[in-house]
Design a protein around this ligand. Structure first.
Ligand SMILES: CC(C)(COP(=O)(O)OP(=O)(O)OC[C@H]1O[C@@H](n2cnc3c(N)ncnc32)[C@H](O)[C@@H]1OP(=O)(O)O)[C@@H](O)C(=O)NCCC(=O)NCCS
Length: 157
């Protein structure tokens, strides 16, 4: 099932990520992150039944995606990414709002995620959407300097 992007009425459809989407997703992943996920991680997330969604523009081009796990009333955003040419046009906010709606429909009451303290864009997005900082996980991410902490954020749904 696909739904129209809700938050800002952007011209996009949100649909399940299929294994056949992984090459297009990987192209974005590698252009957006310094330490990208591998194809195998996306495949495992799809096979594990996580909520894996892609954002398609009218012409069927994938421009963003998100991966979320759910369990025991908690949802966890594991990946949320907008292709660089489409960033800062509202798609991240719209996709995150749609993932929050999806988590609510699946009975989650809290949404968690981790973010690098250095990720200015993501921190701005999560701040705008009302996430609160819960804790710091030391040395969670690889970085050029060795490791970087993760901020753990949460938001009631
Ligand atoms: C983080 C990311 C998803 C944001 O998506 P986006 O589509 O560019 O964000 P939006 O256009 O919806 O902007 C959402 C808010 O964040 C702010 N924002 C976005 N990029 C920003 C930047 N580079 N600097 C400062 N603020 C920024 C916007 O101003 C907006 O706030 P506003 O509505 O008050 O104006 C996108 O930058 C991305 O995919 N980055 C690479 C992958 C990544 O880091 N994912 C997050 C992992 S935790």
């Amino acid at each position: 099932m696909s739904v129209r992007g809700s938050a800002l009425r952007l011209p996009y459809a949100l649909r399940r990520m299929e294994e056949s989407d992984i090459p297009a997703v990987m192209e974005i992943e590698q252009s957006a992150y310094e330490f990208p996920w591998t194809e195998g991680i996306f495949r495992d997330c799809i096979r594990a039944g996580y909520c894996c969604r892609v954002v398609q523009r009218n012409d069927t081009t994938i421009i963003a995606y998100a991966v979320m796990s759910l369990g025991a009333g908690e949802a966890h955003i594991l990946n949320l990414c907008v292709a660089p040419p489409w960033q800062q046009q509202g798609y991240g906010r719209a996709l995150m709002s749609d993932m929050m709606d999806l988590a609510r429909r699946l009975q989650a009451d809290t949404l968690f995620l981790e973010v690098r303290p250095s990720n200015v864009a993501a921190r701005a997005l999560y701040d705008r959407l009302g996430f609160n900082e819960l804790a710091t996980r030391g040395g969670y991410y690889p970085s050029r300097q060795g490791r970087e902490d993760a901020l753990i954020l949460a938001r009631p749904l």
